[in-house]
Every structure is written in C-alpha cells, then in structure tokens.
Write a protein that binds this ligand. Structure first.
Ligand code: KIV
Length: 289
C-alpha cells in the first residue's frame, strides 16, 4: 500500500495528505473472509480528527469514529453523553482526512435503540452529513430487527457484542464478559443474531477468548476483536491507547509507544525555552526585507 505523501498546500498547515486512492468498500471488507477464512486480518483503529485520520489511513483497512471519543477527546466519564452532533462533526473530519480506509461511525447512545425508524433517521443523517459508508451499533438479539431494517435500506451496519460500553450501567462495569456458561451462550447468540440480520462485520469486545474463537468460526462475516482473540478476522484498538496517550489502559490494550511522555517532555522543553526567552529564535521571527 502506498505510504508516499503529497504536500497539500491548500491548507494552512500544509498537512501531508495521502495520495487519493480507491476507498475500501463494505463488500470488499466482507470478501476478505472467504469460506470462513481470513488470510489477511482486517486492521481497524479509531480516529476522531482529520489529522489523525491522515496519519492512520494508509495503515488501516477501517477507521472507526468510535463513541469512545467521549472519553478520549471530551474527557467524559463514559460514552453515554456522546451526541449525534458530536459523531457527525468528528465523522466528517475523519472522512475528509482519509482516502483509503472504510470509515465506520458509531451510533451514539439514545440515537437508535427506540425503534428501527429512529435508528434509520439517525444513521441516514450520519451518512448524509459525513460521507461515511457504514455505521456501528451495540447490542445483539435485541438489535437484530434494527440491523435488518437498516441493512435492507442501504445502510451497512457493523455489529458490536460482548462488552458493550453503552450498557455499562446494566452490566455493572467494564469487566470481561462471558465467564459463565449462560453468558457465553448469550453472547454467541447475540453475535449470530446481528450477523443473520445482515451486519457486514461484528466487533467482539472484552470476552473470554473461546467466545471470540467460536464467533469467528461460526459467523460468515468478519469478526473484529478488541479483547477477543488473535484468531478474530481483524483487530481494533482505540488509537490513543495503542499510541500510549494514557497511563492506565485495559488489559487488552498493547501500548506500542509512549506518546504521553513524549508530549509532556516536549511541552516542558517549549515552556523552558519560552521562560528563558530562547524561543522564538532567529529562524522563527520575521525581518523587514
Ligand atoms: O467506541 C469505540 O472506540 C469502539 C471500539 C473500541 C470498538 O466501539
């Protein structure tokens, strides 16, 4: 995949923009799983801003504008207060910042659960105002009718089962799911229900590994694991977790870097130079001609 960048001088910061290429489509994502086997796992990361989308796009198959932006961007205590307006604004930014990845946008809490009609109104607004090609919604059997309603009306839906953060109050916390046989059976049934209803892929979050393996084996559509199993058809992480922006992360996160320290140290260097008047230097000031 091309990682060469062109300078787009039309923007004030001359953001390096990936050379336009054909976006991955929902059918192409589905075709990555052939006869139950995904040779090349799907790579998915969250993105909430145009700049982050630009940086991640060439490496990913799917960019998820997750409602985790509530905590990551807005400092909210959970995803529950996230609004449709927030998802639309960030979704449009991510579409503008990407050329290659399929962009999927989370439907926020309260925007789809009441009825398939409510879900259609919210999802069609998301797609019309952002240009994204798909939405994601949480829930299993209870959401199957809604997944079918949207899928049959031209709205590709990614399912999300297991630990579903919008249900944190009902679940009693963010702990891994499926430790009892009854819960395991329920999560497997949830995954099958949304896949049978037409979901083009299913996120399997925070479950004991056997559940993720069973769903990957039994669903015809790709499973995307997060705290699932390496055997899932793809993986997703919150990009800021993966980059090490947070000191505390769930067990299933691997911190590939330590951006929190890099940012803090760099801000400290800047602050010291401002205080010592060594910034701005000769190179950063304008002189009369
Ligand atoms: O909101 C989100 O970021 C998500 C992923 C973690 C799957 O739903």
């Amino acid at each position: 995949m091309s990682t060469t960048f062109q300078l787009d001088t039309a923007t004030s910061r001359a953001n390096p923009t990936p050379a336009p290429m054909k976006r991955l489509t929902v059918p192409k994502v589905m075709q990555r799983k052939k006869d139950g086997v995904t040779e090349e796992p799907l790579v998915m990361l969250t993105a909430y801003t145009a700049r982050m989308a630009q940086l991640l796009d060439a490496h990913c198959d799917i960019l998820l504008v997750g409602d985790s932006l509530g905590q990551v961007i807005y400092g909210l205590p959970s995803t529950l207060p996230v609004t449709l307006d927030m998802m639309v604004a960030h979704g449009a930014a991510v579409v503008r910042g990407s050329y290659h990845s399929l962009v999927v946008i989370d439907m926020p809490f309260g925007s789809y659960e009441a009825s398939p009609q409510q879900a259609f109104a919210s999802a069609s607004r998301i797609m019309a105002e952002t240009g994204a090609a798909a939405v994601k919604l949480e829930g299993g059997e209870a959401m199957a009718e809604t997944v079918r309603f949207l899928s049959q009306r031209g709205i590709p839906v990614m399912g999300h089962v297991g630990l579903t953060p919008q249900a944190v109050n009902a679940l009693g916390g963010y702990m891994a799911r499926g430790r009892s046989e009854a819960e395991e059976a329920r999560i497997v049934a949830d995954g099958k229900a949304v896949a049978d209803a037409g979901a083009f892929a299913v996120v399997v979050e925070g479950v004991v590994e056997d559940i993720a393996i069973t769903l990957t084996r039994e669903l015809a559509v790709p499973t995307i694991g997060i705290g699932g199993s390496a055997q899932c058809d793809g993986q997703v992480l919150v990009a800021e977790d993966m980059l090490g922006m947070f000191e505390r992360t769930p067990r299933f996160v691997k911190r590939y870097n330590d951006l929190a320290t890099i940012i803090s140290d760099t801000a400290g260097e800047y602050a010291a130079e401002v205080r010592s008047r060594s910034f701005p230097g000769e190179e950063q000031v304008y002189k009369a001609k």
